[in-house]
Write a protein that binds this ligand. Structure first.
Ligand code: ZN
Length: 252
């Protein structure tokens, strides 16, 4: 499809990424046409959404059914004291700031609880989804939906100063159930340092940008485990489970 050139304004706004090796105007236009879903606008979803918007992703679908609380503010940097005071929904709180950051980004607000039943109507438009949730029930619903529709998604999770991230492309990489056949036991309130969600949420945005533009190597078939407490980072190979109840039927 023929596309008009980037506007003078866009060439200026995105100048420093346009000069990245392998990037260029083509990659920028691909970002502008993309729709990325962010499931959970919390510690991971805040930085992820900000960097997607800053990079010029055309449409961002924000999914969250909660209102920010005071105890969210140490890490959920898209939500501010005024949003807590106003009891503004997280999708609304995020949307007004994203529009201020980049007026060209179309923000779609979905204040809905994601379940197995609702997920296709909530996230059907997204071509790539960031798993920024905090529970495995929702993650499994997302995983099943993405395997069924063959949508790539980027999983991340953080506890304390530790985080993990992997990019899942159904049919090519392990799915989340291959990696986590059973949900980890619920622990109640998890400790979390905001800087840790900042690191891993930013990496999720970078993974989505890489998948859309074709620049760089997405974290497919690999998981990064990083601990900011010790600064030990590992990148491990992960394998598909041939008996996975979710993805074993998919070819490679
Ligand atoms: Zn699987």
């Amino acid at each position: 499809m023929d596309r008009t050139d980037l506007s003078v304004r866009d060439k200026d706004r995105y100048r420093r990424q346009l000069i990245i090796e392998g990037f260029g105007e083509d990659a920028q236009q691909r970002l502008g046409r993309a729709t990325v879903g962010v499931l959970g606008i919390g510690g991971l979803g805040s930085p992820a959404t900000m960097y997607l918007a800053a990079a010029g992703v055309g449409r961002i679908l924000l999914v969250d059914d909660q209102v920010p609380e005071m105890s969210n503010l140490n890490r959920q940097v898209l939500h501010w004291l005024r949003d807590v005071s106003a009891s503004r929904l997280k999708v609304e709180s995020a949307a007004w700031k994203i529009k201020e950051m980049n007026e060209e980004v179309q923000v779609l607000e979905r204040c809905e609880r994601v379940t197995k039943e609702s997920i296709s109507s909530v996230l059907g438009e997204a071509e790539i989804i960031l798993d920024c949730t905090d529970n495995f029930e929702t993650r499994y619903a997302l995983n099943a939906f993405c395997v069924e529709t063959r949508k790539p998604f980027v999983h991340a999770g953080v506890e304390g100063l530790f985080g993990q991230i992997t990019t899942i492309v159904p049919g090519e990489t392990p799915c989340l159930r291959c990696l986590f056949p059973n949900p980890p036991p619920r622990k109640g309130e998890l400790p979390i340092l905001g800087a840790a969600t900042g690191v891993f949420g930013s990496m999720q945005a970078a993974e989505a940008i890489k998948l859309i533009t074709g620049v760089g190597d997405p974290l497919m078939g690999q998981m990064i485990l990083g601990d900011l407490r010790t600064n030990v980072w590992e990148r491990v190979e992960v394998q598909r489970d041939p008996d996975c109840p979710v993805c074993s039927g998919l070819g490679t």
